[in-house]
Design a protein around this ligand. Structure first.
Ligand SMILES: Nc1ncnc2c1ncn2[C@@H]1O[C@H](COP(=O)(O)OP(=O)(O)OP(=O)(O)O)[C@@H](O)[C@H]1O
Ligand SMILES: [Mg+2]
Length: 323
């Protein structure tokens, strides 16, 4: 999927270029759901298998046929036009402070958010549903909301659902039905010429392991069927919702707050297997510094220099206190 999405239409690739794209695709497919410590091992093994010259100099961009050794492949992207590996850190745009913007709407671009946005866009281009997982506070919600703000409303319809422990399958069904039109007897779809993007935040929340009601959503890819079922312990599984055939322009995007390694237990591994799963890792210390100093310096800019110059010190001290 990632390889398909990164191959540019009409571009003739040499075998070495294809190999670079294949390596990148392996990182963001086989290695995409890994946690940080496993990423290091995966990166080392991939480089070992690739048998390419290792570039240790941080100032040199590894060319096609070479790989960077001073950082992992997760920290680089392959630039098809320039035929070099470029560190994500070099591509992250500058943060521009907008005093009118509400604090909770601010997203300071970091390597993690910029990379996740790139992945979301790639998958969106090929209509591939996505799940972002990761520990709490890894900017999953913030990144995706920022990404969705950039979506063209003329051609897309956006449905956002925030799941909670009280969400029932009927709620989901009603929400969906309010956003799709009946096409034929049992086929539904978004208004014509529009693509429906469904974003479900905290999809794992309704799940209550060990009994009680369990919300289960099944997205049958082949048939394009979406069913929601609700089951009580000891009872036979009932389909409370009629089978709704969603026409193809439907994209799922969601990210549960997964804990540690149990990335595939929410809500069922069969469900998750229908998505591309990307683990968002916690911002490293330079990204954290960037987030806090960017927001604080924007906020303090109208103040006299003796105060506004304290931005870095205040951030450092706060980070040290927190640590
Ligand atoms: N790059 C960033 N720039 C500015 N604020 C950020 C950034 N990343 C995260 N935040 C802020 O940190 C807080 C936590 O982020 P967010 O809610 O996106 O985490 P999450 O991964 O969705 O967590 P959870 O798994 O608990 O849902 C939010 O208030 C968010 O606005
Ligand atoms: Mg969240």
């Amino acid at each position: 999927m990632v390889l398909t999405a990164t191959l540019k239409d009409g571009h003739e690739f040499e075998p070495m270029e294809l190999e670079a794209l294949m390596i990148q695709a392996l990182v963001w497919s086989l290695g995409a759901a890994l946690i940080e410590s496993s990423r290091l091992r995966f990166d080392a093994y991939l480089k070992y298998l690739a048998c390419m010259s290792a570039i240790q100099d941080e100032t040199v961009e590894p060319k096609v046929g070479e790989l960077p050794s001073w950082k992992t492949l997760y920290d680089f992207t392959y630039d098809v036009d320039r035929r070099v590996w470029v560190p994500w850190a070099k591509l992250v745009p500058e943060y521009v402070h907008d005093p009118q913007r509400k604090f909770y709407d601010i997203l300071v671009p970091t390597v993690e958010t910029f990379r996740a946005t790139w992945l979301l866009q790639l998958m969106m281009n090929i209509k591939r549903p996505v799940v972002l997982v990761g520990e709490t506070g890894t900017s999953k919600t913030a990144t995706i909301l920022d990404f969705l703000r950039g979506i063209d409303e003329e051609t897309h319809l956006l449905l956002t659902m925030n799941f909670s422990s009280r969400t029932t399958s009927l709620d989901v069904q009603r929400n969906l039905e309010a956003n799709v039109e009946k096409r034929t007897k049992d086929t539904y779809g978004p208004p014509s010429n529009k693509r429906l993007i469904i974003f479900i935040d905290d999809l794992n929340m309704p799940q209550q392991p060990g009994g009680g009601d369990a919300l289960q959503i099944t997205y049958g890819k082949g048939r394009g069927v979406l069913t929601t079922t609700q089951k009580k312990e000891g009872e036979e599984e009932k389909n409370y919702a009629p089978h709704a055939h969603l026409s193809s322009p439907c994209q799922w995007t969601r990210f549960p707050a997964a804990e540690g390694m149990c990335l595939c237990s929410v809500p069922t591994s069969r469900f998750v297997s229908l998505f591309s799963v990307f683990n968002m890792t916690f911002p490293d210390s330079s990204s954290l510094m960037k987030i806090y100093t960017s927001i604080l310096s924007g906020h303090l800019s109208p103040f006299p220099p003796e105060i506004s110059h304290l931005t870095e010190e205040i951030t450092n001290v706060t980070m040290m206190l927190y640590a």
